[in-house]
Design a protein around this ligand. Structure first.
Ligand code: ADP
Ligand code: ZN
Ligand code: ZN
Length: 820
C-alpha cells in the first residue's frame, strides 16, 4: 500500500514573492534545503523545499518530478540566512537561495541517470522506451541527452517511477574542470617607458607600435590568437616585435588557478604587539562565550590587522570550528590571501573568480564535508557551507565591493553580521577607515570597538602634504621649476615632480593615484562647447588613446574618436579631465628612464593581470606604479616611500551623499601604502580644495574628526547611518513614462503603505544619471527611522503597486551605497 502523498512548499528562483505547493508521492517530507525538480507552467525548474504545506483547499496540486538531493544541499543555517536575506532585501526566497549555492546545483542539465537493477515486468510503454534508450547507452546517460533522443516530452515522470521501483538512480555530474590548455602567449620581453625610444623604435612601423601599446595595455601578456583575431594584427607585425626584442611568443600552460599551483612559503612567526595581543584576547574570549557582539577593529594602515585575523582563526581551528574571511577582491589582495594560505595551508579554500564552475563546486563540497575549514574569498564566500562556524572576518569592511550591485542587492558586511549571529560566531569587521555605519554601531555599543592605534615595529604614519592645484596653476606662468602638465591639467606639480625624481635616484618606489581611467574624461568643442556623450546614457564619453576610441564607462558603448565637432564642425576639440592613460604618457615623458606600470580596468582585462603587475612591483621591477583606486587596497610594499595623488578631487563633487566618505577613505587608504618599511614615507596630495574637511582629515590621519563632521553633515538632510534608506528606481525607455510612474509609485506609497510619521517618501526626482543603457531613470527614497517598519512599507509597495506602462522596471535598493 502506498502512503498518502504529502505536500511541500517549494521556493523557486523567480521574482515572485511566494512559495509554491507540490505533492510528493511517498509521504515523507524532505528536509528544507533539499532540491527538487518541479513542473512550473510549461517548464521544469529546480527549487528548494522550504517546509511542509497542508495544501488545504488547493485543487490540482502537481507532483514533484524528482527529489534531487539525498541530503539537503543547503544546510539549515544557510536556509535561515536565505530567509533573512529575502525578507530584508525584499526578494524571493528562491532568488536568495540561488545566490547562495554554486551555479552547478541550479542546472538541471547536469543530471544523469544510471541503471541499477532489472525492471519488474509490466512497465508502461514510456518507461520501457526510456529504459531501452538508457541501456543502448551502456546503462548511464545524461537526462538531457535522453530527453532529446526520445523526443517524447518530459521524461521526469518516468524517471520518478523507475526510481521508485529501484531500477534507475540519478546523480549530479558537476562539469569537469577544463583540461589544461596550452596556448601561444605573447609576452613583453622589454618594457619601453621612454616615449622617445618608442617613437624611434617604431618610426616606420605604426602597426607594431599599436601592437606594442595593446600588449602594454593588457598588462604585458596576451594570447596570440586574440591579437591576431579580435585586434586584427598580422603574424608579421607580432614577428616584428619579436625581431626588435620587445616581445616573445611562447607556448604556455594557461594559468587557471595560481592558488592551486603555488606553494605557500612557510609562515613567519610574529610576536603580537601589545595592542594586537589585547585585541586577540578579547576576540578569543568572545569565541568561548555564547552569543558575542560583533567587533569592529579599527587599526591604522600598517598596524597589523592581518595578524589579529590569523590569531583569531588559529583559535577557531583549535576549537574544532570553521571560519570565513572576506576580502574585497582576490585579484587585488594576493598578499593578504597568501598570508592565510601560509598559516593554514590545506585548511584554506580560496574561492575566486578564476575557478571554473566545477572547481567552485568542488571547493564548496570540501567546505561542506569539513575537509577544509577556512573559506577565503570575495563577497559570496559569505555563503560557504561550513558547519560549526566559529568566526567571520571582513577585511577592509568599508569597501564598496561588499555590496552586490544586482538582485539580490545585499550588503555582504551586514549579512556577515547576521550569519555570525545565527550561528553564534564571532564577527570581526576590520578597517583603517570604517564605514560610518559600523562606526556608529561601535559608538552606540551595538558593536564592540577594538583599536590598533599605531603602526607595528615603531614605524610612523607617513607625513602627508597638500599641494594646492590653484596655486600651482598660478605659479606655473612665472616659475621655471620643472613640472609636468598636459591638456587635461596639472599632472605633476613641481613638488611632486621633485619627490618622484628623488625616489628614482634612491631606487625607491612611487605610487601615483588618479581615480579616473582613460585618457581624458570628456571631449569638448572649443567653439560651441558641445561635449561628446553616450547615445544611451546621460554621461560624457571617455577618450581612450590606445584604441583611439570614445567609450561609455557605464554601458560600454564605443565609437571612433571624433576629429570634428558633430554639432558645429569645428576641428578645435579639447581633451578635458585627466585620466590614467594621459598621466601615464606624461609621466613616461617626464621620467624617460623610469620603469612604469599602469593598473586600471583597461590594463587588467586578463584574469590574473593584477597579480602579474603587482608581482613586478614586489620584485622591484617597477619604479612607478600608477593606477585607479585598485592600487589603494591593502598592498604592503616596504620599498614604496612616496605616494602621490594626482588629483584628489575626482569623485569629491559627485552628487552622492557618500562622495566625501569615499574620498576620505580613498585618500587615507592610498596614503597608507607609503612608508610601510624602515625607509619611511611621504604622501603628496594635489587638490583644488585643500580646505575640504575630507582632505584635511585625511592629511591629519584623523578618522574620528572626519566621522564626527560627516555624521553631523548627514542630519539635515537625513542620511544613513542616521536613518535607513531604500532607493526606489523606476525606469522606462520612455522619459515621460519613467517620470509619471515614479510619481504615481511615490504617491501610492504615501497613500497606501505608510502608517506612521517614522517613514517618509523623498522625491521622486530624476536619478543623477538620468539615462542609462537607453532607459530613463527616476528615483525616490523611502526613508525611515526603524528598519522593520521601513521594510513593511516596502513590502506593501512590492505586493500592491503595479506600474501601468509596459516595460517599466522598478528596482528596490535597500541600504544603497550610492544613489547614482
Ligand atoms: P594592515 O592590514 O593593518 O595595514 P598588515 O596586517 O598588512 O597591516 O601588517 C603590516 C606589516 O606589519 C606586515 O608586513 C606584517 O607582516 C607586519 N606585522 C604585523 N604584525 C607584526 C608583528 N607583531 N611583528 C612584526 N611584524 C608585524
Ligand atoms: Zn562645436
Ligand atoms: Zn552608455
Amino acid at each position: 500500500m502506498t502512503p498518502d502523498p504529502c505536500f511541500v512548499r517549494v521556493a523557486l528562483p523567480l521574482p515572485l514573492d511566494r512559495t509554491f505547493t507540490y505533492s510528493i508521492p511517498g509521504g515523507r517530507v524532505p528536509a528544507s534545503g533539499t532540491r527538487v525538480l518541479v513542473p512550473f507552467r510549461k517548464e521544469q525548474r529546480i527549487g528548494w523545499v522550504v517546509g511542509p504545506s497542508d495544501a488545504d483547499g488547493l485543487a490540482n496540486v502537481r507532483p514533484v518530478l524528482s527529489i534531487l538531493d539525498q541530503e539537503p544541499s543547503v544546510p539549515q543555517e544557510l536556509v535561515a540566512l536565505a530567509r533573512w536575506l529575502s525578507d530584508y532585501y525584499l526578494t524571493s526566497l528562491g532568488i536568495a537561495l540561488r545566490a547562495i549555492v554554486p551555479a552547478v546545483l541550479c542546472d538541471v542539465s547536469r543530471h544523469s541517470l544510471t541503471r541499477i537493477s532489472d525492471p519488474p515486468s509490466g512497465l508502461r510503454t514510456r518507461e520501457a522506451r526510456l529504459l531501452e534508450a538508457l541501456d543502448a547507452r551502456g546503462g548511464s546517460a545524461g537526462v538531457r541527452t535522453l530527453r532529446r533522443a526520445l523526443a517524447m516530452g518530459s521524461i521526469w515522470p518516468e524517471i520518478r517511477s523507475l526510481e521508485a521501483l529501484g531500477v534507475v538512480s540519478h546523480t549530479l555530474n558537476p562539469p569537469k574542470p577544463p583540461s589544461v590548455k596550452i596556448r601561444k602567449i605573447v609576452t613583453m620581453e622589454r618594457w619601453i617607458s621612454s616615449l622617445q625610444e618608442l617613437e624611434e623604435l617604431f618610426a616606420r612601423a605604426p602597426r607594431q607600435r599599436e601592437a606594442y601599446d595593446r600588449l602594454a595595455a593588457m598588462g604585458g601578456s596576451a594570447e596570440l590568437s586574440g591579437l591576431l583575431g579580435a585586434h586584427g594584427f598580422s603574424r608579421a607585425v607580432i614577428g616584428g616585435l619579436e625581431e626588435k626584442g620587445v616581445a616573445r611568443v611562447e607556448s604556455r600552460e594557461m594559468l587557471r588557478d595560481p592558488f592551486a599551483a603555488e606553494q605557500a612559503p612557510p609562515p613567519v612567526e610574529m610576536t603580537p604587539t601589545e595592542a594586537q595581543a589585547t585585541a586577540i584576547r578579547a576576540l578569543i574570549s568572545a569565541l568561548d562565550t555564547g552569543k558575542p557582539k560583533p567587533f569592529l577593529l579599527r587599526g591604522v594602515t600598517g598596524s597589523g590587522k592581518t595578524l589579529v585575523y590569523i590569531e583569531l582563526l588559529r583559535a577557531v581551528l583549535e576549537r574544532g570550528k570553521s571560519g570565513i574571511v572576506l576580502v574585497p577582491e582576490i585579484a587585488l589582495t594576493p598578499q593578504t590571501v597568501s598570508r592565510f594560505r601560509t598559516h593554514f595551508g590545506s585548511q584554506v579554500a580560496v574561492l575566486h573568480s578564476g575557478l571554473s564552475e566545477g572547481e567552485r563546486y568542488d571547493a564548496w563540497r570540501q567546505l561542506k564535508d569539513g575537509e577544509r575549514r577556512i573559506a577565503v574569498g570575495a563577497r559570496s564566500a559569505l555563503f560557504a557551507p561550513l558547519s560549526n562556524l566559529g568566526a567571520i572576518v571582513v577585511d577592509e569592511e568599508h569597501d564598496g565591493s561588499y555590496k552586490q550591485g544586482e538582485t539580490p542587492r545585499y550588503q555582504g558586511r551586514d549579512l556577515a553580521v547576521v550569519r555570525a549571529a545565527l550561528s553564534g560566531a564571532v564577527c570581526l569587521l576590520g578597517s583603517a577607515t570604517p564605514s560610518l555605519e559600523s562606526w556608529a554601531n561601535a559608538q552606540s555599543g551595538k558593536f564592540e570597538l577594538l583599536t590598533l592605534p599605531d603602526r607595528v615595529g615603531g614605524a610612523s604614519l607617513p607625513v602627508i602634504k597638500v599641494i594646492d592645484l590653484r596655486e600651482v596653476k598660478k605659479a606655473a606662468r612665472s616659475s621655471d621649476r620643472t613640472s609636468a602638465t598636459s591638456e587635461g591639467g596639472t599632472v605633476l606639480s613641481p613638488q611632486l615632480f621633485d619627490a618622484v625624481t628623488i625616489r628614482l635616484e634612491r631606487g625607491e618606489q612611487t605610487i601615483l593615484l588618479l581615480n579616473r581611467r582613460g585618457y581624458s574624461s570628456f571631449v569638448q568643442c572649443r567653439d560651441c562647447g558641445d561635449v561628446a556623450s553616450c547615445l544611451r546614457c546621460s554621461v560624457s564619453l571617455t577618450y581612450h588613446r590606445t584604441h583611439r576610441r570614445l567609450l561609455c564607462h557605464h554601458c560600454r558603448h564605443e565609437e571612433p574618436a571624433l576629429t570634428r565637432c558633430p554639432r558645429c564642425g569645428s576641428t578645435d576639440l579639447s581633451l578635458r579631465g585627466l585620466g590614467t592613460e594621459q598621466v601615464e604618457r606624461v609621466v613616461a615623458e617626464a621620467f624617460p628612464q623610469a620603469r612604469l606600470a599602469r593598473m586600471d580596468m583597461d590594463t587588467t582585462s586578463g584574469k590574473w593581470s593584477h597579480r602579474e603587475i603587482l608581482g613586478r612591483v614586489e620584485r622591484g621591477e617597477v619604479d612607478i606604479l600608477l593606477g585607479t583606486q585598485m592600487i589603494a587596497k591593502g598592498l604592503d610594499f616596504p620599498r614604496v616611500t612616496l605616494v602621490g595623488v594626482v588629483n584628489a578631487d575626482v569623485g569629491l563633487h559627485l552628487p552622492d551623499f557618500r562622495a566625501s566618505e569615499r574620498t576620505f577613505q580613498l585618500l587615507s587608504q592610498v596614503a597608507g601604502r607609503a612608508g610601510r618599511g624602515a625607509l619611511g614615507g611621504e604622501v603628496l596630495i594635489q587638490t583644488s580644495v585643500p580646505d575640504h574637511y575630507a582632505v584635511k582629515a585625511a592629511v591629519a590621519h584623523d578618522y574620528e574628526a572626519f566621522a564626527r563632521r560627516e555624521l553631523q553633515g548627514r542630519v539635515d538632510p537625513l542620511y544613513p547611518p542616521n536613518v535607513r534608506l531604500i532607493n526606489v528606481i523606476v525606469s522606462s525607455p520612455d522619459q515621460e513614462i519613467a517620470a509619471r510612474e515614479a510619481e504615481s509609485a511615490a504617491r501610492w506609497v504615501e497613500r497606501e503603505a505608510i502608517e506612521g510619521p517614522a517613514t517618509v517618501v523623498v522625491g521622486p526626482a530624476p536619478s543623477p544619471i538620468e539615462r542609462l543603457h537607453g532607459r530613463w531613470r527616476w528615483h525616490f527614497l523611502l526613508r525611515g527611522k526603524h528598519a522593520r517598519e521601513l521594510g513593511e512599507v516596502a513590502r506593501r509597495f512590492v505586493h500592491g503597486f503595479r506600474p501601468r506602462g509596459k516595460d517599466v522596471r522598478i528596482i528596490l535598493d535597500r541600504d544603497p551605497t550610492a544613489l547614482m
